[in-house]
Design a protein around this ligand. Structure first.
Ligand SMILES: [Zn+2]
Length: 328
């Protein structure tokens, strides 16, 4: 197999640029996402695949009785870079183009960033799923490794905590006579950070202050909590330590060893972010993820998001190998 991830004379990187040119923000089920799907459908046909769509709008490029799928998503966040999602779709099209004799499918799921919505509404499931994705973090860059094998996707628990105080005049109320809801919330936010560490992360990303006025002691504050771990017991312990009631929870899922078999010596990572592969794995499909090194310190959901052409070429080679082993 030649190393360069080229599609004729067009490279994977060229295609990522072409998708980015449609729009930086390709919201789920928007005209911009539609246009990206149209483009990918054309590339699928060029790769000799039969194009179809399901009721959720997910795009498939199939060859034969496709029991093995590879792909990712083409929607993006408003501040997106070029690689998140699109890399997994374009890499899978290139791998499918190389494996001209094998039954397989390339899939572009709808609205991953705002759900995932498309992968949750699949009418049928494959026997195996492979997703190449930019790491979106600094681990591989720090290790000096181009690729990493994902062993598990972290479970998530989300909830809110409400602090009740008493609104008072900011000038006339003595400090020892106040019930300041925001001060209590501030102590809680520091407690959330201190609660996480060993194999866990926890974040307060949103607060709502009432009445949110400069000269009024805060009366009521609502704080969001997002807690994650790849280990269910640790996630339980973290929720307990923080002391909040999750209104939404997703259990961690293990990834299959499909990439591990191709790259036995690659570093192993846990994904802290959710992905379409998480949805398929939770539905019982053996799913595997390959992370491609993020450069620029791992920055993601940002225009500076970057993977090198060499690393992408390696990822396409590994994906091609893993797909051919599964689809034989
Ligand atoms: Zn993504």
């Amino acid at each position: 197999m030649e190393g360069a991830a080229t599609i004729g004379r067009v490279t994977v990187r060229d295609r990522l640029d072409e998708i980015y040119t449609i729009a930086q923000h390709r919201a789920g089920y928007s005209a911009e996402e539609d246009a990206a799907h149209e483009l990918a459908a054309r590339w699928m046909r060029d790769a000799g695949l039969d194009v179809s769509r399901d009721e959720a709008g997910n795009l498939f490029g199939r060859r034969g009785d496709a029991r093995v799928w590879a792909g990712s998503h083409l929607d993006s966040v408003p501040t997106a870079g070029r690689f998140d999602g699109a890399l997994g779709v374009v890499a899978a099209i290139e791998a499918a183009a190389r494996l001209t004799d094998l039954p397989l499918a390339v899939v572009a799921f709808r609205a991953e960033e705002t759900g995932p919505m498309g992968s949750r509404r699949l009418g049928e499931l494959p026997d195996a799923f492979l997703e190449v994705h930019i790491e979106q973090g600094p681990v591989l860059e720090r290790l000096g490794a181009p690729l990493g094998v994902v062993t598990a996707i972290a479970g998530q628990a989300r909830g809110t905590k409400v602090f009740e105080g008493r609104a008072d005049h900011a000038g006339t109320t003595p400090m020892d006579a106040r019930a300041d809801a925001l001060v209590a919330a501030a102590e809680f936010i520091l407690h959330v950070r201190a609660s996480a560490g060993q194999g866990t992360v926890a974040t307060v990303g949103a607060i709502d202050v009432e009445p949110n006025a400069t000269n009024v002691v805060p009366e009521r504050v609502t704080v969001s909590v997002d807690a994650r771990s790849a280990d269910p017991a640790r996630l339980d312990a973290l929720i307990e330590t923080i002391g909040f009631e999750p209104h939404w929870r997703l259990d961690p899922v293990a990834m299959s060893d499909a990439f591990k078999r191709v790259l036995p010596d690659a570093p192993e990572l846990v994904s802290g972010a959710g992905h379409d592969a998480m949805v398929l794995a939770a539905a019982g499909v053996p799913s595997a993820m390959l992370f491609v090194r993020s450069l620029n310190g791992g920055i993601s959901h940002h225009p500076d998001e970057l993977s090198s052409t060499e690393d992408i070429d390696r990822a396409v080679d590994v994906l091609t190998d893993a797909l051919s082993r599964l689809a034989q």
